[in-house]
Design a protein around this ligand. Sequence first.
Ligand code: PRP
Length: 186
Amino acid sequence: MTLHNDIERVLISEQEITAGIDRVAREVTQAYSGQDFTVVSVLKGSCVFAADLIRRIPIPLELAFLAASSYGDGTVSGNLEINFFPTGNEIEGRRLLLVDDILDTGRTLHRVRAELLARGAMDVRTCVFLDKPSRRTAALEADFRCFEVEDLFVVGYGLDYAGRYRNLPYVGALKSEIFAKSKASG
Ligand code: PRP
């Protein structure tokens, strides 16, 4: 048995992911051409996307990380805890590109963006792998995005369910019995 057995259907294939990231990497390259900027990967989910994205951007950039996680293992965004790894001089006066795996309610990026601006960042833009606009509650739209998805719980390519499935190379929908099994045992 592998992780693939738990997937009901593939929503975004590896080939589609490659094409989507190629397109967004060109947009980011054009937007920041001739300007210093730092890609800030929002852990944990964005590490896969950020690693693929930066290797397709052929202009100088720096890389930083921060952790933003909602409490609990469930599928509903809870309270947010933010830990910043970029130090003061990696934020102040810098152009930052926040990279995340999914823009859902928008609360995470809205709060992180506000915090980075409060700490002196010159400009903070956002780049997301997936966008679920139907779930938005915060006033934030991504400056760059690869794919729009319907309101469905998705895993793979960095996205997890209860900490697992991040290493799937595609985006898929989980079989409903996986949720049921986890509820029964949890
Ligand atoms: C996920 C995702 C985003 C956030 C989006 O993070 O990586 O950061 O939720 O949700 P929002 O738009 O409703 O705020 P999660 O807290 O699951 O942490 P993870 O990246 O470590 O999986």
